[in-house]
Design a protein around this ligand. Sequence first.
Ligand SMILES: [Zn+2]
Length: 45
Amino acid sequence: MKDPVCGMEVDDKHDSLEHKGKKHYFCCASCKWAFENNPSQFEQS
Ligand SMILES: [Zn+2]
C-alpha cells in the first residue's frame, strides 16, 4: 500500500489510521499527522 501523503510504498507494519472505513498507512508520524489534519487533501477515490 501507499502512503497517501508522500506516495512512498509502506507495509502494514507502519502507522495506520482509519478514515471513513478505509485504513491508510503512513511511513512516519509526520505523514500521519498531515493526513489527520487535512484528510480530504490526500484522499484517493
Ligand atoms: Zn510518508
